[in-house]
Ligand binder design. Sequence first.
Ligand SMILES: C[S@@+](CC[C@H](N)C(=O)[O-])C[C@H]1O[C@@H](n2cnc3c(N)ncnc32)[C@H](O)[C@@H]1O
Length: 239
Amino acid sequence: MMTNTEDAMIDYYARRAAEYERIYARPERQADLQVLAQFLSRAFSGLQVLELACGTGYWTQFIARTAAAILSTDYNPEVLALAKPKDFGNCRVEFTRADAYSLENTAGGHWAGFHGFWWSHVPVARRSQFLSVFHSRLSPGAKVVMIDNVCVEGSSTPVLRRDPEGNTYQLRRLDDGSGHEVLKNFPSDSDLHASLSGCATDIKVRRLPYFWITEYKTAGMPDNSINTDGNAAGLLSRQ
Ligand SMILES: C[S@@+](CC[C@H](N)C(=O)[O-])C[C@H]1O[C@@H](n2cnc3c(N)ncnc32)[C@H](O)[C@@H]1O
């Protein structure tokens, strides 16, 4: 069940859809954004990827350069409508609406997973449930990448308050003048390791000045037989 905070965030991103990609034009972040784009252009070579909270498909474009196929999902139809017409080259990209906390109509057996700028919006108390649902749609041993913001004074929206569970909140404004309190967490490396320990292996966290990248494999042995989509694994190479 969604909380008021989560409902408010969904509404905020629906209203922000048309202005969302301006965040990727911030001059001070350009060098880091290029590093992320290059990294994602190679990260999923030959793999079939499940992307959560894909938004306007900005990062999908880079993943599509070498991935075999991507199933990109988001809760908001407003952002999916902006993602669909983008150019994904030869990559087979499918968009579908899905709640990242339930992934109800999302098939399993994906060989890789990705979410960008989503982990920071997952409340501390829901991290474990979120990971359990996400990983249930991935093969054991699947490669996962997540990227998100580092809090940088003078560039990031300041943190307004902290709740008793340890979530932090920002006040954001949209072009229509409306103000929105948005849950936005900035985990430390040890927070990330602690959240993933027990359900992941080979965890690597890397920090750029403005962003962090976390890579890991889902726990369990790779399944080389048949995935739950009914596709024979091995048609595409696993990396
Ligand atoms: C910060 S944006 C990230 C968009 C995109 N991944 C990017 O990096 O450009 C967060 C996204 O989460 C989506 N979202 C919010 N709540 C969601 C939920 N419960 N399930 C799936 N997507 C959700 C919003 O619609 C929004 O597109």
